[in-house]
Write a protein that binds this ligand. Structure first.
Ligand code: PMP
Length: 293
């Protein structure tokens, strides 16, 4: 297919579908209760970026909620590669979803016969290029991240309401993105991104114990920063640390690396994406375009 435009392609429980034919039951507990897990993965130049890390996280998320993915990891990987080939999309965004499956109107997961497995290949673009160039305007959301005592944030589950409510606050405020805190006021993450700050040359990001999703992009950026000889520290951060940082940026599969211009009206450092952010973004681009796994 090469440079052809490609088309949204979906694998649904073993069947190849297009956007119209990929339909699930209204009795699926993924829909009725958000009972399921998911992943978002990028394809660069026809190569799936960090497929193994995403599949590992998907299966760990499923395991943590007592859901058995009805196919081995190897098959999930090969179906994913096949989906990318069939889509003809060189640069795309993949969405893997595993739900508890079709049950009745009660909560009881034992009524769900078989988990539903969906893999979608489509396009994604969170912000136009100008926004990446000028940096994001961010506001702190009043909605905190979910209580880690009820559901570990390590689980990438279909329960995204707190993050969606936070995102809505950002939209209402005219911001590009939001900063979410935990109930104690520590900095956690964006609505779908991990946060990094740079102060006096030191790169700092909240640890997984802060209640964040442990992002695959976050791990890649930590590796890249180490490779560049930078000091990286995973430690609890407060909004003070963000306001007074020299640079701040978000990382995520959909967002990639995006500089932050201001937070709650405080301009961060020089305003646009700073030198460390730019350097890491360049290294990230090189890595993704080299089609590493
Ligand atoms: N935090 C949240 C809440 C997210 O939804 C995401 C996106 N998956 C991230 C962080 C970033 O994770 P990743 O780099 O694996 O996309």
């Amino acid at each position: 297919m090469g440079v052809m435009a490609g088309v949204t392609t979906i694998w649904l429980d073993g069947k190849w579908c297009d956007k119209e034919s990929a339909v699930v039951s209204v009795f699926d507990h993924g829909l009725l209760y958000g009972d399921g897990v998911f992943e978002g993965i990028r394809v660069y130049g026809g190569h799936v970026f960090r497929l193994a890390a995403h599949i590992d996280r998907l299966y760990d998320s499923a395991q943590a909620i007592g859901l058995r993915v009805p196919m081995p990891k190897k098959e999930m990987a090969s179906v994913t590669e096949e989906l990318v080939r069939r889509s003809g999309l060189d640069d795309s965004y993949l969405r893997h979803v595993v739900t508890r499956g079709v049950g009745d109107l009660g909560l009881d997961p034992r009524k769900c016969g078989r988990p539903t497995v969906i893999i979608i290949a489509d396009a994604i673009r969170l912000w136009p290029t100008e926004v990446y160039e000028r940096g994001l305007r961010v506001v702190t959301a009043g909605t905190p991240i979910p209580q880690r005592e009820s559901l570990s944030p390590r689980v990438k589950s279909l329960n995204y309401l707190p993050h969606i409510l936070a995102k809505m606050e950002g939209i209402e405020a005219g911001a590009d993105e939001v900063l979410m805190l935990d109930a104690a006021g520590h900095v956690a993450e964006g609505s779908g991104q991990n946060l990094f700050i740079v102060k006096n040359g030191i790169v700092r990001t909240p640890p997984p114990s802060a209640g964040i999703l442990k992002g695959v992009t976050r791990d890649v950026v930590i590796e890249l920063a180490h490779a560049a000889g930078r000091d990286v520290r995973e430690e609890l951060l407060n909004r003070y640390d963000v306001y007074t940082a020299d640079e701040a940026f978000f990382t995520g599969t959909a967002s990639e690396i995006v500089g932050i211009r201001q937070v709650d009206g405080r301009v961060i450092g020089g305003g646009g994406p700073g030198p460390v952010t730019r350097d890491l973004a360049t290294r990230f681009r090189a890595l993704t375009r080299e089609a590493h796994d």
